[in-house]
Design a protein around this ligand. Structure first.
Ligand code: ATP
Length: 379
C-alpha cells in the first residue's frame, strides 16, 4: 500500500479511496478519479503526472477543496477535510493550503505588494497588524527574487515575473502544504528551467510539502521526490523518479516517462528472471518486468535509447540487431541515431558527434539487463 506512517506523525496529506465522476451530456459518467490513495509526508514533493484527461487537476482541486469528491477521505495532519461517509467537507479557505495556478490568477491592476498581501489581510485566523503584514510581504517578494518590483502593477510584468508574484502569494502565509497546477507551462523554456531550480531550493529551505501537477515528464523527474503516474483516474505507479524510470509498473508508465524503443513479440523461453522474446526484428532477451509472464504470452520488449550502442562491426553479445543508419541527429551532449531494423525505427543515443554515414550498415546492441519484458494486456 502507498499509505505509510511517517515515524508516528500524521502525514501532511492523506488521501484514501477517493472517487469522483463527472456526468457527460449523454448521461454516462466519466470516472475522473477512480479509487486513489496516497500519503504526502513533511517536506515531500509529490508530482502528479499523466496525459491530458487522466484526472490530475481534479485530484489537486479535490485536495484544495475546490472540487467535491463522490466518496473517500482527505485529511491534513490527521484532521479530516473531506469524508464522503460523514458529510465532512471543509471550505477551501479554511483548509490552510495555498495554490499556484497555470493562469497565475492575480489581479492585474494591483501591485505585486497588494496581490501578495491579500491572503494575510483576508485570513481571519492569526490576524496581524499592517506593519507585520508589510514586513512579511517584503520578505516573501525578496525570497522569490522580485523585491524591487513591489510597487509595480502585475499587468506590466513578464510572464515569469507574474509567476513569481503568484509564488510569493502562495508562500506568504507559510502553510505546510502548497499545491501547484501546471504553474510553469506559460513561461518560456529558459525561465521555466530557472523557476524549477528556485522552487526546489525554496521548498527545501521552507520545508513545506508540495503537490505539483504536470503533464511534462522532464519536469516531473526534475522536481519530484516521488512521482504519481495517473492512468485514467487510477494510480499506475507511485515511486521515486529513479524507480519510475528504471522499474516502470506497466507498459503505460514505461511509454509515458522518457523514451522507449518497443518491439512486440511472444515469449519463447524463461530462465529465472530472464525471458527470451521472439519479435518481428529478431530474438531479444531481457529482464522480466511484470508478474506471471509465461511462455507463449504476448509481451513488449522495451529499452531506452541511452542503453543501446551502435557499431559497424558485428558485436559478440546478446541482443544484436542488424540495420541501416537512417538518420543521425547531433544534439550536443549526444547524437540521436535512428536505425532501421527490419522496417522498425530504433533510437540509440551515442555520446559525441556521429562518425558513420547515413545509409551505412550498422549493428545495434542492447545489454540484457537494460531490456524490459512487459505484459501488453494491461495498457
Ligand atoms: P488536463 O491536463 O487536460 O487538465 P487532467 O489530467 O488534469 O487533464 P482532469 O481535468 O482532472 O484531467 O479531467 C479528468 C476527466 O474528467 C476528463 O475526462 C475530463 O474531461 C473530465 N472533467 C473534468 N472536469 C470536468 C467537469 N467540470 N465536467 C465534466 N467533466 C469534467
Amino acid at each position: 500500500s502507498d499509505l505509510a506512517p511517517h515515524e508516528g506523525r500524521d502525514p501532511v496529506v492523506r488521501v484514501e479511496n477517493l472517487e469522483k465522476g463527472f456526468r457527460r451530456r449523454d448521461g454516462s459518467t466519466v470516472p475522473a478519479i477512480d479509487g486513489v490513495s496516497f500519503d504526502v509526508g513533511p517536506g515531500d514533493f509529490l508530482v502528479l503526472l499523466g496525459p491530458s484527461g487522466c484526472g490530475k487537476t481534479t485530484l489537486l482541486r479535490s485536495i484544495a477543496g475546490l472540487e467535491t469528491p463522490d466518496t473517500g477521505a482527505i485529511s491534513f495532519d490527521g484532521r479530516p477535510q473531506f469524508a464522503g461517509d460523514r458529510q465532512i467537507n471543509v471550505a477551501p479557505e479554511k483548509r490552510g493550503v495555498s495554490m499556484v495556478f497555470q493562469s497565475y490568477a492575480l489581479w492585474p491592476h494591483m501591485t505585486a505588494f497588494s496581490n501578495v498581501a491579500y491572503p494575510l489581510e483576508s485570513r481571519r485566523s492569526g490576524k496581524r497588524n499592517k506593519t507585520e503584514i508589510a514586513t512579511r510581504v517584503r520578505e516573501t517578494l525578496a525570497l522569490v527574487g522580485i523585491g524591487e518590483l513591489e510597487q509595480q502593477y502585475v499587468a506590466q510584468m513578464s510572464g515569469g515575473q507574474q509567476q513569481r508574484v503568484a509564488l510569493a502569494r502562495a508562500l506568504v502565509s507559510n502553510d505546510s502544504l502548497v499545491l501547484f497546477d501546471e504553474p510553469l507551462s506559460n513561461v518560456d523554456a529558459k525561465v521555466r528551467e530557472q523557476l524549477r531550480i528556485e522552487l526546489l531550493a525554496l521548498q527545501r529551505d521552507l520545508g513545506f510539502a508540495a503537490i505539483f501537477v504536470t503533464h511534462d515528464q522532464d519536469e516531473a523527474m526534475q522536481l519530484g521526490t516521488r512521482i504519481a503516474v495517473l492512468q485514467e483516474g487510477r494510480l499506475a505507479q507511485l515511486a521515486s523518479p529513479l524507480e519510475v524510470y528504471t522499474r516502470p509498473a506497466n507498459r503505460y508508465v514505461a511509454q509515458f516517462v522518457g523514451t522507449m524503443n518497443e518491439s512486440l513479440g511472444t515469449v519463447t523461453a524463461i530462465k529465472g528472471e530472464t525471458a527470451e522474446v521472439d519479435t518481428g526484428i529478431g530474438t531479444l532477451t531481457g529482464r522480466l518486468n511484470g508478474d506471471s509472464i509465461a511462455v507463449g504470452d504476448r509481451v513488449a520488449a522495451m529499452w531506452r535509447p541511452e542503453s543501446g550502442t551502435m557499431t559497424n562491426t558485428d558485436p559478440v553479445a546478446a541482443n544484436r540487431l542488424r540495420g541501416t543508419l537512417k538518420a543521425s541527429m547531433f544534439v550536443g551532449a549526444y547524437t540521436e541515431q535512428v536505425v532501421d531494423v527490419a522496417g522498425q525505427d530504433l533510437r540509440v543515443q551515442v555520446p559525441g558527434p556521429n562518425v558513420l554515414d547515413t545509409g551505412a550498415d550498422v549493428w545495434v546492441e542492447v545489454p540484457e539487463v537494460d531490456l524490459l519484458v512487459m505484459p501488453v494486456e494491461d495498457t
